[in-house]
Ligand binder design. Sequence first.
Ligand code: BGC
Ligand code: ZN
Length: 384
Amino acid sequence: MKAIAVYPGRKDSVHLADLPTPSLDEIAHGRGVLVRLLRCGVDGTDKEINAAEYGVAPDGFDFLTIGHENFGRVEAIGSNVTEFSPGDYVVATVRRKGSSIYDQIGTYDMTTDEVYFERGVSRRHGYLTEYYVDHPEYIVKVPDGLRDIAVIAEPLSVAEKGIIQAYEIQRRLKVWQPRKAAVVGSGTIGLLATLILRLRGVEVTAFARTPKPYLNSELMEAIGARYVSTRDMSVRDAAQTFGPFDLIYEATGFAPIVFEAMEALGKNGVLVLASVTGGDQMVEVPAARINLEFVLGNKVMVGTVNGNREYFEAAIRDLAMAEAQYPGWAARLLTHPVQGLDNYRQLIETLTSGNNVIKAYCEIAPLDAPATFDPGTGVATARA
Ligand code: BGC
Ligand code: ZN
């Protein structure tokens, strides 16, 4: 089968690779689920992997199939699978279990292992391909009614984790009821974090550099958030006018803004850091003041990465909520479809240099593509 792959460590090495079609018996005890991929989104992580700044090939391979924002349909199940039926729409988690105690209880997103496994990112092939086989533990069902937008579920799960963790941490306060939040960054994760907070009734001020109006600011305002360009007002100043911020979600990819967010956080507040920042940027900060205000204000700062199935399930629920409350909003994020795995160049070019890109994704197969599984051979062979 076809796969979009890179040679990790070699710049701009994206190419079309060929891999054997996976078979159900790759998973022991009849627990395999064979899924045909329908769509797969790309993001900054894929950009970094193709720029040779990130990403590791699986053992025994010199290439890595990229793509982690997956969406597909079950084609076949092992004899011991009760959770799914052929025809079910599904999304799979990204990380796989390591050896720490956190991995053992299903919270592999919290692993303390140095080496971690992420499909499409690190040591495991990803989803920009035709099929995958995996264990039901890592696969989450998607209602048919969400199939048009479910390719956004993986990034939504990442945003969910940050916010659910923030609420979990704030149980320390016994009566915490966040009223005002700031979301710094209005890319996909910033938009999705804003959605989650709006669905919970929180007032959101969203920040980004670009002055409004443009698609992202319109999307923020469409769900009732206030959009502020940091060219007009700094996050620090906005906290005086629109705060105090009980929660700040940072998702710009620009590390220095973190320290400004620390200053903008209200008393007893929680600051969630979600940007995976490469490089070694340095910055000078008012250390004593930030520290003092954190101490006197009992503030918390937490980093967040990835998401386990709990957060994918939350993402699916919130997608359904979003469709009820803001019909059509999620679909507006899917700005740049690219047809077929063969157009991998166009996919990467759209991601790196496209205009007004919120989500670029590959349409691998039609959403109602017929099943291709051959029960005789136990593998899916026919091509659409
Ligand atoms: C992915 C996460 C992953 C993180 C770090 C993000 O782009 O969505 O699943 O954990 O990159 O590799
Ligand atoms: Zn990602």
